[in-house]
Design a protein around this ligand. Structure first.
Ligand SMILES: *[C@@H]1O[C@H](CO)[C@@H](O)[C@H](O)[C@H]1NC(C)=O
Ligand SMILES: *[C@@H]1O[C@H](CO)[C@@H](O)[C@H](O)[C@H]1NC(C)=O
Ligand SMILES: *[C@@H]1O[C@H](CO)[C@@H](O)[C@H](O)[C@H]1NC(C)=O
Ligand SMILES: *[C@@H]1O[C@H](CO)[C@@H](O)[C@H](O)[C@H]1NC(C)=O
Ligand SMILES: *[C@@H]1O[C@H](CO)[C@@H](O)[C@H](O)[C@H]1NC(C)=O
Ligand SMILES: *[C@@H]1O[C@H](CO)[C@@H](O)[C@H](O)[C@H]1NC(C)=O
Ligand SMILES: *[C@@H]1O[C@H](CO)[C@@H](O)[C@H](O)[C@H]1NC(C)=O
Length: 732
């Protein structure tokens, strides 16, 4: 083929006639007239005065129409019409000289490091401007007012900067089709005045700002609007009826505001809708019963509202649905009554934290695209059925806090799911025995599992040894059960394990030395190897303190060992000093004896250390003062003696960290003692001086952020109180 074409081209060249040649040379002769007429001098000088600090081939000795990023109008005295320099490493300010480029139609300086505010007359001085894209810079200040007269602006993108102040609604001139100011700090009302014409607007993005007030009814005049995004603001009131005029609307995205009222059945007339994101608002009432009319719907995100009633059965007609998130509402009804089987594209399903009852819906197991299912915190009953194995892509399953039964059956079935990485079954199976290996059959299983939580079930029996073969395991939570026996040493050799919670069980025996060899906790290299990718859905960790923690990424979980509230005995092995990358060590409420090993001071990443309520003796090693990240510390209720170390973080701990040790003295126990004299005789002068220092220290106590990861993935979830995660995206 290639050969043939080549020959044809040659033949074509040979066959060009003399007249054709003449014509061609005539054209070539004409071209230089325009190509080498130098650019407008004023425009050239203006460009040079912009002095963008970047390697551009802008040299005064060459024609500015040939410079990087410049396009001139060939028909109009070589005036500059386009300044197009995205991603060119530009820094510095946008000089007001730019307004001398009066013929400019296209301006794109996006993805640079431009600073400062924009010239006030930027838009009013450039009457021909059609496109302005300054997104992804570090610009601040106000939105520049536009000229009231004839504007040709079609695209305004100022997104991802640091702009603030209000946006006058006059900037939304009738010609605008794309308006994107997302990810700034704009405030005031949505710029849209009643009665004005926005018939060209197709993309309207105001998300991640501080806009307040209601959604203006003027939105109804945007008859071509396809995408409306205003999430992560302070909008209130209800959805205006005028929104029903937006027949072309494909995306309605208003999450994380204070919008309220009912959605209303009218929305089902907007049959082009693909994405509805209204999560984290105050909406109530029912999900529109005819939502099934929205046959294009791909994402329905209504979580964290106050919706009531059932999942409308018509939803089964939304066959393009890939994400359905209704978590944290007051929805009711028997889940098995809903027919999931038509939702062949459904990948993520979160119906957690509602009041659904009945058995797990059998029809779900024909949704072959499912990767994540979360039913946590409902009133579901029955058993996990073997059909679930048909969901070959299933990676995330959380059914914690329901009333499931037959834990042995659940293990036997789920261990076959090849791609299952997150399994949270906490608070079910009340009082059942953990299955032993024999009853589980083939020892190979759970071959991809990273997170395994089955806490708060009061399960009896021993730590299942089948877990010893789950080499992918990163996070294990067996807390709040009635597990007996000793801590198995094999846990110390699981290559990816970094978070173990065995607290609140009936475990006995000693602290296994093998446990001190957990690869991820002893070498940085092993820690770096762990694949801590994003979870399909977040896991919730109930800490000791009042706030819930939501984890979207496993890497945000602190490396931790929780063994509190068991019956462990013996001494804390000195080998514990090897667990260098551990952040939380909780051995409280056990029967440990002996000294606090000096080697703990080698755990330089430690943020929380709890050794309280044991029978430890001896002194508190002064070297613990080297633990600079330690923000929570307790050795209360042991038999410790001697002086409490001072300096470093120790100056921030209160007496509650040390109480219940009659032999301890020094700050902050309130008992004075000096190493020189075991029975201190302190002069009045010394005493008042010392007390003065104590007061000063107390006054200056800075309580570190309590690192309150307590127990139970998915346990006791009441995530209505979850603070809204990162209100705005990180800017770099
Ligand atoms: C500047 O660089 C561009 C390529 O980036 C080139 O096309 C143009 O001819 C150069 N202009 C001058 C005046 O060197
Ligand atoms: C500006 O340039 C960037 C980078 O090439 C591009 O992604 C963006 O679409 C351009 N803006 C407009 C409005 O065309
Ligand atoms: C607006 O710009 C942001 C980047 O700053 C982008 O993520 C978003 O998709 C844009 N919005 C629309 C509707 O195109
Ligand atoms: C949610 O709705 C129920 C009943 O409709 C009501 O009793 C409750 O107060 C509402 N909760 C909130 C937080 O608005
Ligand atoms: C689904 O759509 C079909 C035809 O459009 C309709 O007859 C049926 O009633 C709908 N199903 C539900 C549950 O709304
Ligand atoms: C141990 O149990 C006590 C009382 O039952 C409780 O206050 C404490 O928080 C528990 N400790 C841990 C580490 O869970
Ligand atoms: C702490 O670790 C260092 C090297 O990592 C080692 O030399 C030292 O002996 C350890 N100290 C204790 C008390 O274990």
């Amino acid at each position: 083929m290639v050969m043939v074409m080549k020959i044809d081209t040659n033949r074509f060249m040979e066959n060009i006639s003399a007249t054709q040649l003449l014509l061609l040379s005539g054209l070539l002769f004409l071209l230089p007239c325009s190509a080498y007429a130098s650019c407008d001098e004023l425009d050239r000088d203006t460009l040079l005065s912009l002095s963008f600090k970047a390697p551009l081939n802008w040299s005064a000795s060459t024609d500015c129409c040939l410079w990087d990023g410049i396009t001139c109008d060939p028909l109009d005295h070589r005036r500059v019409i386009r300044l197009w320099l995205p991603k060119r490493g530009l820094s510095g300010f946008v000089s007001s000289a730019i307004t001398n480029l009066t013929r400019l139609t296209h301006l794109n300086l996006s993805h640079n490091s431009l600073l400062g505010s924009l010239p006030d007359d930027l838009l009013s001085s450039l009457p021909s401007l059609q496109v302005i894209d300054l997104s992804f810079n570090r610009l601040n200040g106000r939105f520049p007012p536009s000229s009231n007269g004839s504007s040709h602006l079609q695209i305004i993108n100022l997104s991802s900067n640091f702009f603030n102040g209000t946006i006058p609604s006059s900037v939304l001139v009738p010609s605008i089709s794309i308006f994107n100011v997302s990810n700034n700090s704009f405030s005031g009302s949505i710029p849209m005045s009643n009665g004005s014409n926005h018939a060209s607007l197709t993309f309207f993005d105001l998300s991640f700002n501080d806009f307040t007030d209601t959604i203006p009814p003027g939105i109804g005049s945007c008859s071509k609007l396809q995408v409306f995004r205003a999430g992560f603001n302070g909008l209130s009131g209800s959805l205006p009826n005028e929104i029903l005029n937006l027949a072309d609307l494909q995306q309605l995205s208003l999450p994380v505001n204070s919008l309220s009222g009912h959605i209303g059945d009218g929305i089902v007339k907007l049959t082009n809708l693909k994405i509805i994101e209204l999560y984290s608002n105050l909406f109530s009432g029912k999900i529109p019963s005819h939502i099934g009319n929205l046959s294009m719907l791909e994402k329905l995100l209504l979580h964290i509202n106050n919706f009531t009633g059932p999942v409308p059965s018509s939803l089964t007609n939304c066959t393009n649905l890939s994400t359905l998130n209704l978590r944290i509402n007051n929805l009711t009804g028997e889940l098995s009554a809903f027919n999931f089987s038509t939702l062949q594209h459904l990948a993520t399903l979160d119906l957690g934290n509602n009041n659904f009852n009945g058995e797990l819906p059998q029809s779900l197991y024909s949704c072959k695209s499912l990767t994540a299912i979360r039913f946590a915190s409902n009133q579901l009953t029955g058993e996990i059925s073997p059909e679930i194995v048909a969901l070959e892509s299933l990676s995330y399953l959380s059914i914690s806090t329901n009333n499931l039964t037959n834990v042995a059956g659940a293990f036997r079935i789920l261990k076959v799911c090849k791609n299952l990485t997150t399994l949270v079954l906490s608070k079910n199976f009340l009082n059942e025995p953990l299955p032993d290996d024999k009853s589980l059959g083939d020892p190979v299983g759970f071959q991809s599992l990273k997170v395994f939580a089955i806490a708060g079930c009061q399960l009896t029996g021993q730590v299942p040894t089948m877990l010893a073969k789950v080499i992918t395991l990163e996070v294990l939570d067996l807390s709040f059960n009635l597990i007996t026996g000793s801590i198995p040493g094999w846990m110390g050799s699981l290559p990816n394990l970094f978070y173990v919670d065995l607290s609140n069980n009936l475990l006995g025996g000693g602290f296994p030395i093998a446990f001190c060899g957990m690869p991820v906790l002893i070498t940085k290299e092993a820690g770096d190897m762990v694949d801590r990718s994003y979870l399909e859905l977040p896991v919730f960790v109930m800490p000791n303190s009042a706030t819930n923690q939501q984890y979207n990424q496993l890497s945000n979980l602190p490396p931790a060992i929780y063994l509190g509230n068991n019956s462990l005995t013996g001494s804390i092995p000195s080998e514990i000093g090897r667990l260098k990358y551990i952040h939380v060590l909780d051995l409280s409420y056990n029967n440990f004896t002996g000294n606090i090993p000096e080697q703990i001071s080698n755990l330089t990443n430690l943020e929380k250390l709890d050794l309280s309520f044991n029978h430890l003796s001896g002194g508190i090693p002064a070297s613990l003062g080297r633990l600079h990240f330690l923000s929570s510390f307790s050795v209360a209720y042991n038999g410790l003696q001697g002086l409490v170390p001072s300096g470093g973080q120790f100056d921030t701990f209160t007496n509650s960290s040390f109480e219940g040790n009659p032999g301890l003295c020094g700050f902050p126990t309130g008992k004075l003692s000096f190493p020189e004299s075991p029975l201190p005789v302190v002069s009045t002068a010394q005493k008042s001086n010392t007390q003065g220092i104590f007061k000063a220290l107390l006054f200056g106590i800075s309580f570190g952020i309590f690192f309150g990861i307590g127990f139970g993935l998915g346990l006791n979830i009441d995530d209505k109180r979850i603070p809204f995660i990162a209100k705005r995206m990180m800017k770099t």
